[in-house]
Ligand binder design. Sequence first.
Ligand code: SAH
Length: 346
Amino acid sequence: MQADKKDIRALSKEQLRDFFVTNGDKAFRGNQIYEWLWSKSAHSFENMTNVSKETRAMLEANFVINHVKVDTMQRSEDGTVKNAVRLHDDLIVESVLIPTKTRTTACVSSQVGCSLDCNFCATARLKRMRNLTPGEIYDQVVAIDNESKLYYDRPLSNIVFMGMGEPLMNYPNVMKAIDMITSNEGLGMSPKRITVSTSGVSKMIKKMADDDVKFNLAVSLHSAIEATRNEIMPFTKSFPLTELREALEYWYAKTKNKITYEYVVWKDINDDKASIDALVKFCKYVPCKVNLIEYNAIDDGDFQQASEQATKDYITALERNNIVVKVRKSRGKDIDAACGQLANKS
Ligand code: SAH
């Protein structure tokens, strides 16, 4: 039975080397298999062509490779591609390829569903079913890299952890996946091209700073007023803004890496002067920039995109205070691939 066999990608390179030594083979064999599993992204032992039949049979008897499979792929009229990715236990997560003139970005999921309860996000409705393994996160990236080469003639250039789930609630697996994505034994991508987005789990932001990570941090702020934030993102009652601020100061002191705040401006929620002033004030604590994200409606009357004037007022106030601000247009809306729309609809 497959079910009692261990997923071979849960083993470190050392453990794989030890496995072969224990079984009367050379430690070197472990390196060879490790390369197949990660940098060559083998889906099955059968594909490991330079490995003897006996070794392949032995691996087959002991392990499985819980590789993901792209179940369906949708292409948006703006070139965005959304993959519904089937996991070994038949659960589905979504990942998105976002092409621009100069880059191809992969937006990947870290959990099936989400642990958090942001009222404006479709993924939150799914609840958290389980954490993704490092291999499952890695596979999403490889799938998008291949699609990028196929459709856009260039490899993937950036990765954002902005798909389903809260990456900092699956910290060890996200870290292991990033290790493999950045390692020369995996994809060899620069951590500077990776952004982890969190809704603001303060304790884990500090942990990340302590772990001396080299990737970028984005925080989904949406309001710098405690009561408003608590209302639209109820879990933040356990993660108050004072703690978030302190964690971000800690992050910057250790990493010297600017933070990006993600922020949606909604009608009657945060489109007033007090909200703008609060954001400007919050932005002064730590070097940062602000991405104003367009709201993607998720059939919920409570949230509506604010007027263009409100967005302009934010931009004016931020720029007057020398804070870099960019407006991010939605991509892939027609296929439910935009921020906050990932909910396994198809
Ligand atoms: N849990 C992480 C990763 C998800 S990222 C986080 O919260 O950062 C997805 C981004 O899209 C977050 O900034 C989130 O706040 C934002 N988002 C969620 N729902 C949205 C919606 N309906 N429209 C626009 N942005 C949304």
